[in-house]
Design a binder for this molecule. Structure first.
Ligand SMILES: CC(=O)N[C@H]1[C@@H](OP(=O)(O)OP(=O)(O)OC[C@H]2O[C@@H](n3ccc(=O)[nH]c3=O)[C@H](O)[C@@H]2O)O[C@H](CO)[C@@H](O)[C@@H]1O
Length: 362
């Protein structure tokens, strides 16, 4: 079996792609897998580290309105289409899978025109622009939430899979996780603003760190682009109970070790949080397309597994109150853990794998 997988830009698109690749390899160790991404996206770092070959193409994002930017992007798109065609022709895959991000546009479009089987996966309730356009051309559309159905015209191609997450999250060892991330018996608060970090979450976390009365540990993951600024602003106003990292390559260990996670509301982060049954304080990023992170967060809050703070309401005092009120109410924390586990959907990989094999055979 030969498979091309394309997905890029942010972790929310790349990690589902890696999870699908790992599943294919597990079921079919002889399968050949090639990733197509861009040089600048997070995939350029993460995909080779996961042990997969990555080819890159030229790509630029489209704005949702007509603009000069879009004319330039169209020229780059033509180049990207040409490059994608060359890579696909040479590799000769049985199927091409897309997990979102602009890079998927030319790859999946040209693959469909070349008569190759195609499948896309959408992680959010509100689909990304690339996937909405691709819906017309691909053979199958995997969605994670029933509500996403209404945004695609091609109803007959849709199936609900849920979000695929890396198997490491499902088999992570607690003792190993604690050894790596817990420095004492105090509760651990993991703070992370998705794969790119979040300025407003970092701002609130800096104050939390400066004012921490040594009642809990903090692991702040800033995002690579924010790290130096955060370190400069905190200076020496920190303690042994605080750890600050730009990015974690072993998120399953950190998530397993934490008692509460404070996080933006990306769809893949939420799937990982529920897979490990963690209570969360979710701060949806306000500028995401159609405010989709707020929908993600509200859905989990409605199930009693999370507390949501809107980005515009976020301040260090409010965050600190929410963290402390959870830590002092063990019954509520336990309840949230159970409800978080109940919200988990962990068979997405089986569903996607069986659909893709059916598609290849058919
Ligand atoms: C700003 C924006 O538009 N973000 C979108 C993007 O987000 P983003 O990439 O932030 O998405 P998520 O929060 O869903 O996923 C982040 C992924 O990166 C991993 N991770 C993160 C930090 C780290 O240090 N190490 C690490 O491994 C997480 O474990 C997770 O697998 O894609 C998601 C899925 O389409 C969307 O729901 C998000 O709204």
């Amino acid at each position: 079996m030969k498979v091309i997988i394309s997905g890029g830009g942010t972790g929310g698109h790349i990690y589902p792609a890696i999870a699908i690749a790992d599943k294919i390899k597990k079921e079919n160790p002889k399968a050949e897998i090639l990733f197509i991404g861009t040089e600048k996206g997070l995939e350029a770092d993460v995909v080779p580290k996961a042990g997969y070959k990555l080819e890159t193409i030229t790509v630029s994002y489209l704005k949702r309105k007509i603009s000069i930017h879009n004319i330039k992007s169209a020229a780059m798109l033509m180049k990207g289409l040409f490059e994608a065609r060359g890579i696909i022709k040479k590799f000769n895959p049985d199927i091409v899978i897309g997990t979102g991000g602009f890079v998927c546009g030319p790859v999946l479009f040209i693959a469909s025109k070349m008569g190759i089987r195609t499948l896309i996966h959408e992680q959010n309730v509100y689909p990304g622009l690339t996937n909405k356009i691709l819906g017309k051309y691909v053979d199958r559309i995997a969605i994670s939430f029933d509500e996403a159905k209404k945004y695609f015209k091609e109803k007959g191609k849709i199936f609900v899979s849920g979000n695929p997450i890396r198997e490491d999250f499902l088999k992570v060892d607690l003792a190993k996780a604690n050894l790596k991330y817990k420095k004492s018996d105090l509760p651990l608060i993991l703070i992370v603003g998705g794969s790119g970090g979040s300025l407003s979450i970092n701002n609130a976390a800096i104050e939390l760190i400066k004012n921490n009365k040594n009642s809990y540990q903090i692991l702040l993951v800033t995002g690579k682009g924010h790290y130096n600024d955060v370190i400069n602003r905190i200076g020496n106003k920190t303690s042994d109970l605080v750890s600050i990292k730009p990015y974690l390559d072993d998120m399953p260990l950190a998530l397993k070790a934490c008692d509460i996670i404070v996080c933006s509301a990306g769809a893949i982060s939420i799937s990982e949080i529920t897979a490990l049954g963690k209570p969360s304080i979710l701060i949806p990023k306000a500028y995401t397309a159609e405010n989709h992170q707020e929908y993600n967060a509200k859905a989990l809050e409605a199930q009693g597994a999370a507390i949501t703070i809107k980005e515009k309401d976020l301040n260090p005092k409010l965050l600190s109150e929410k963290v402390e009120s959870l830590l002092t109410n063990k019954t509520k924390l336990k309840e949230m853990e159970i409800k978080s586990s109940n919200a988990a959907k962990v068979n997405a990989l089986e569903i996607i794998y069986s659909e893709m094999t059916r598609l290849i055979k058919g």
